[in-house]
Design a protein around this ligand. Structure first.
Ligand code: ATP
Ligand code: MG
Length: 380
């Protein structure tokens, strides 16, 4: 756990880069520090490992003030990945990753094993890339090595200052996803600096929004989007915050199981009864044998053609349905592109398992804290 208690950083010219910061980062969580350029993110981060001294207040690491540790000791226990990657150009990739373990006097065999494991973990082949120099790697590869190096001695705490800042958006998205997968395994306590709100929402368990050295709001991504405290937050998270929230909600959590649906061998009477029962003018059609989604049928066509087989629209399930692990945002896209009022949901085999309604999506974006409530529900 990392705790900032009334932390102030004041420069000799009287400028307060960090102004009375109170913030608790829980074990195993990613806390994202975000805010406009110059708001004090890097300063706050560097005070944790004492690269910058606190003017007033204190920072506790697992309950112990960080000024009770020798700075060197502290820094070896806290991984640090910086904005410009910071790999040492004259050292090979292996040597870069080995820096902290060697500082800790690990024997060379243990260092070698650790370096290979870390490079593997971040998707760099130690056999192929390990003996190269940083400039021989792409930007994305260098960022991966930067992350591996920060994880070097398996520190419980990681400080990451725009660690994916130096790459294109596509590589960045890949690195974010990879890193979250690694974090699921290693469960570090992380302070992660970014000025990209989408990255913050994607990466953060909690987001701390700073402005001019002050903490404006500290909340889960969902609560930040749903309940922005003031106009500054509202503006910062963007006007499309409702849509952003849908990225955080899975189809599994927003679908209903009972949707209008009939077998492809159903009679006209059976289909009509199904539509009536659901007060609906359309129903999904599934294979009577295996339940796989085949398409849909609408009442007017049914009346016109008089049989399901002639009236139904055939469509590949993948083009009209979403899988259960998709996000509510994807369900909305499908809904809008087909002008359905219900997006069908399928399992891995293509079997219809339910649907997401437009009404449900609207409720979700209006209901504050729904995501947090769902998480709590699941944790129970
Ligand atoms: N030695 C110094 N004396 C006075 N002010 C300083 C000093 N060092 C940094 N600052 C100021 O402290 C403020 C916070 O800087 P910091 O690097 O923490 O910002 P940041 O939020 O990380 O910004 P960015 O997003 O651009 O990286 C800035 O306004 C900076 O100009
Ligand atoms: Mg910075």
């Amino acid at each position: 756990m990392i705790e900032f208690k009334d932390v102030i950083k004041e420069y000799p010219n009287g400028f307060r880069a960090v102004d009375n910061l109170n913030l608790t980062v829980r074990d195993g969580e990613i806390c994202v520090l975000i805010g406009p350029s110059g708001c004090g993110k890097t300063t706050a981060l560097r005070m944790v490992n004492r690269l910058i001294d606190v003017t007033r207040g204190e920072i506790l690491i697992n309950g112990q003030p960080n000024d009770e540790f020798e700075p060197e000791v502290l820094r070896r226990q806290i991984g640090y990945a910086i904005q410009q990657i910071g790999l040492l150009p004259h050292m090979t990739i292996r040597d870069n990753v080995a820096i902290v373990p060697r500082l800790l006097d690990w024997d060379e065999e243990r260092v070698r094993q650790r370096v290979d494991l870390l490079l593997d973990m971040v998707g760099i082949d130690p056999g192929i890339q390990g003996d190269k120099y940083p400039r021989q790697l792409s930007g994305g590869q260098q960022q991966r090595v930067g992350v591996a190096r920060a994880l070097g001695a398996d520190p419980p705490i990681m400080l990451m200052d725009e660690p994916f800042g130096a790459v294109d958006p596509i590589t960045r998205a890949i690195l974010q996803e990879e890193f979250l997968q690694i974090q699921q395994e290693v469960g570090k306590t992380i302070i992660f600096v970014t000025h990209d709100i989408d990255e913050a929402i994607y990466m953060g368990d909690r987001i701390a929004l700073l402005r001019a050295g002050r903490l404006v709001q500290y909340d889960t991504p969902d609560d930040l989007l749903a309940l922005p405290r003031d106009d500054f937050v509202r503006e910062f998270v963007g006007t499309d915050r409702s849509l952003k929230r849908l990225h955080l909600i899975s189809v599994r959590d927003s679908m209903m199981n009972n949707v209008p649906c009939c077998d492809d061998d159903a009679t006209l009477q059976e289909v009509t009864a199904c539509l009536d029962r659901h007060h609906s003018d359309s129903a999904f059609v599934v294979d009577a044998g295996n339940g796989k989604l085949l398409g849909w049928v609408e009442r007017p066509a049914l009346v016109e053609y008089g049989s399901l087989s002639e009236a139904m629209h055939h469509a590949p399930a993948a083009s009209i349905a979403v899988p259960e692990d998709a996000t509510a945002r994807e369900a909305l896209s499908v809904l809008l592109s087909h002008s359905f009022d219900l997006t069908p949901v399928i399992d891995a085999e293509g079997v219809l398992t339910g649907g997401v309604s437009i009404q449900r999506l609207q409720d979700l974006v209006e209901e504050p804290g729904i995501h947090a409530a769902m998480q709590r529900e699941r944790g129970r």
